[in-house]
Design a protein around this ligand. Structure first.
Ligand code: NAD
Ligand code: WQD
Length: 330
């Protein structure tokens, strides 16, 4: 299939480009590079020895998106082109609503206009809010604590309504848990600008000596050791989940959790990082981070049952691959 990957130069998008190319698909990337670099796509080509067509385009620009659809006979769209920093979304809510909602509208409208039948959307476990773990796809969504999360919940509803309005248009809503790690080559990975918000890139930067000490946000949660529990998933498992979701997408709206189903605490992750890489990461316990929940992990059985997909890489693989990328990254 010929797949338009919006946001394909980013962290999850670039790994998904690799998985798509390796599965024999043709890849067209549209990315405005607001949080990525074009060189990442050169690395994708280096890994796969295959070509990628790249448009430096803002996918909220309807005319620019239309011209891509008019040029290529696209069979499916994967929409990664979102802004994703939770804290920043509280400071700049309108920028987040604009970018994340208008991009979804523009891309799905183009699909309807050009008869593109498959749309895969990057949603997030954050839409579950403070439901009871494990999160199951059938749960009612609860309000999230930030505009970022709201853009995901609203995009899910918009796409669901669009699919209802046109039976040929099928949508897969993929709710990611906590993507970490990097491609096994070490050539592509997560490279946040500035001080990382997320745990794994913070850990790798402490290990590299770029940052002093990990601050563990709270050890008084009702969890195994008091620290926050998350469902970390290797980014290549996540990428492969997209290829399967796209292949199997036939009709209607389908929601899948993409997680491992396994909860890991902050201290367990630090311990696993040490075990995988032989590096002890210094840390201190500090106050809870506002907006954090105690536990977040998936019931991952639906994706297994319906897509035949399960995450194959374990926490040690995630830590090893994240570190391999960080070591080589300048
Ligand atoms: P990322 O920032 O690395 O990738 C997003 C890419 O989209 C970037 O290359 C950016 O330049 C591009 N982009 C953003 N707005 C654009 C626009 N208007 N037009 C064109 N390109 C645009 O982020 P990521 O971690 O790869 O996340 C990809 C998607 O998955 C996002 O929608 C994010 O919200 C979602 N998601 C991420 C996580 C996570 O923890 N990384 C978890 C759940 C969901
Ligand atoms: C994980 C755990 C922290 C950093 C966020 C978004 C979510 C999704 C994924 C997009 C928590 C703890 C972290 C640090 C720490 N993104 N922590 N010290 O918060 O689960 O999810 O990214 O959809 O929407 O909210 O991920 O990696 O920030 O935190 O102790 O320096 O690590 O408290 O328990 P989170 P995270």
């Amino acid at each position: 299939m010929r797949i338009l990957v919006a946001g394909g130069a980013g962290y999850i998008g670039s790994h998904t480009c690799v998985a798509l190319l390796e599965a024999g698909h043709t890849v067209i990337v549209a990315d405005n590079l607001c949080n990525s670099k074009a060189e990442t796509l050169d690395k994708v080509k280096q890994i796969t020895d295959k070509d990628v067509t790249f448009y430096k385009v803002d996918v909220t620009d309807e005319a620019a998106v239309d011209s891509i659809f008019a040029t290529h006979q696209i069979d499916g769209v994967i929409h990664f082109a979102g802004l994703k920093a939770v804290g920043e979304s509280v400071e700049k809510p309108l920028a987040y609503y604009y970018n994340n909602l208008v991009s979804t509208i523009v891309l799905s409208k183009a699909c309807l206009k050009y008869g593109v039948r498959k749309f895969v959307f990057s949603s997030s476990a954050t839409v579950y809010g403070e439901n009871e773990v494990p999160f199951v796809e059938t749960m009612d969504l609860l309000p999230t604590t930030n505009p970022y999360g709201e853009t995901k919940a609203i995009s899910e509803r918009m796409l669901t309504d669009a699919a209802k309005s046109k039976s040929e248009f099928s949508v897969s809503l993929l709710r990611y848990f906590n993507p970490v790690g990097a491609h096994e080559s070490g050539l592509i990975g997560e490279a946040p600008t500035g001080i990382p918000n997320n745990l794994m890139p913070y850990v790798t930067q402490v290990a590299k000596g770029k940052l002093g000490k990990l601050r563990v946000f709270g050890n008084d949660y009702p969890t195994i050791d008091g620290t926050g529990v998350r469902d970390y998933i290797h980014v290549m498992d996540l990428a492969e989940g997209h290829v399967v979701a796209l292949d199997k997408l036939t009709s209607g709206v389908h929601i899948y959790n993409l997680g491992t189903g396994q909860g890991t605490s902050v201290l367990q992750l630090v311990q696993a990082f040490g075990e995988a890489n032989g590096i002890e990461v210094p840390y201190e316990i500090v106050d809870r981070r506002p907006g954090d929940i105690a536990e977040c992990y998936a019931d991952a059985s639906k994706a297994k049952r319906e897509l035949g997909w399960t995450a194959e890489r374990d926490l040690l693989d995630m830590c090893r691959d994240a570190w391999r990328f960080e070591k080589g990254y300048v």
